[in-house]
Design a protein around this ligand. Structure first.
Ligand SMILES: CC(C)(COP(=O)(O)OP(=O)(O)OC[C@H]1O[C@@H](n2cnc3c(N)ncnc32)[C@H](O)[C@@H]1OP(=O)(O)O)[C@@H](O)C(=O)NCCC(=O)NCCS
Length: 176
C-alpha cells in the first residue's frame, strides 16, 4: 500500500527516474539529475526539503515555506504533495495551499486522488480548518482530483496572461 513519507535518500533511485520523466515532459523538476545522482548531494537535497518547516509558526516569508511529502510504495517514488503554511494574496488567487504531481508513468490510476485524500488528515492535525486549492481551467485531471476530495468551487481568477484558474475550498473540520 502506498503512503505519504518524508523525503528520504532511500527513494533516490526511483526519484531520479521520476525526475527524468518530469523533465522529459518539460515540467520544472528542480535540480539537474546528474547533481542529485551523487548520494551526499541527494541527502542534502532531501534534508533541505524537510528542514525548512515543522509547524505553522515558521517565520513569514514570500514565497511561504511548504511541508512536502512523497507518495511511495516500498522504495518506489510515485508522486509528491506539498502544503504551504500560509498564503500570500497572489497565492490565494493563483496557487492555493496544496501542490501535487504524479510521475507520468503512474498517472491515470487514482494516485493523485489517493495522495490528496491521505494528506487531508495531516493538514488537519497541523491546525488547518480549510484548504484553498487552485488549478488551471484546462487541467481536467487536477480539477477531478480536487472535486473527488470534496473541493467546493469558490470561483474563477484570471491571471496577467489571461489564463483562467479555478479556486476550490476543502473543509477539514470534519476530518480526523
Ligand atoms: C494532475 C495530476 C497530479 C493527476 O494525477 P493522476 O494520478 O493521474 O490523477 P488521478 O489518477 O487521481 O485522476 C483523477 C481524475 O482525472 C482523470 N484523468 C487523469 N488523467 C486524465 C487526462 N489526461 N484527461 C482527462 N482526465 C484525466 C482520471 O480518470 C480521474 O477521473 P475519474 O476519477 O473520474 O476517473 C497529474 O496529471 C500531474 O502530475 N500533472 C502534472 C502536474 C500538475 O498538473 N499538477 C497539478 C497542478 S494544479
Amino acid at each position: 500500500m502506498p503512503y505519504l513519507a518524508k523525503p528520504n535518500i532511500r527513494y533516490q533511485t526511483s526519484y531520479l527516474s521520476a525526475l527524468a520523466e518530469y523533465k522529459e515532459e518539460g515540467l520544472d523538476a528542480g535540480p539537474p539529475i546528474f547533481a542529485l545522482a551523487d548520494p551526499p548531494t541527494f541527502d542534502r537535497y532531501v534534508k533541505d526539503i524537510c528542514g525548512k518547516v515543522n509547524n505553522r509558526s515558521a517565520i513569514k516569508s514570500d514565497p511561504p515555506p511548504s511541508v512536502v511529502w512523497w507518495w511511495v510504495e516500498g522504495s518506489r517514488y510515485l508522486g509528491r504533495i506539498s502544503l504551504r503554511l500560509y498564503l500570500t494574496p497572489y497565492l490565494a488567487s493563483y496557487g492555493g495551499h496544496v501542490g501535487y504531481d504524479v510521475r507520468k508513468s503512474e498517472r491515470g490510476r487514482g494516485v493523485a486522488s489517493e495522495m490528496l485524500k491521505a494528506a487531508l488528515p495531516l493538514a488537519r492535525s497541523m491546525g488547518y480548518e480549510k484548504l484553498i486549492l487552485v488549478c488551471e481551467e484546462k487541467n481536467i485531471p487536477s480539477r477531478k482530483v480536487i472535486e473527488k476530495n470534496n473541493g467546493f468551487f469558490l470561483g474563477y481568477s484570471v491571471d496577467g496572461e489571461g489564463k483562467k484558474h479555478l479556486r476550490f475550498q476543502i473543509d477539514l473540520t470534519g476530518i480526523r
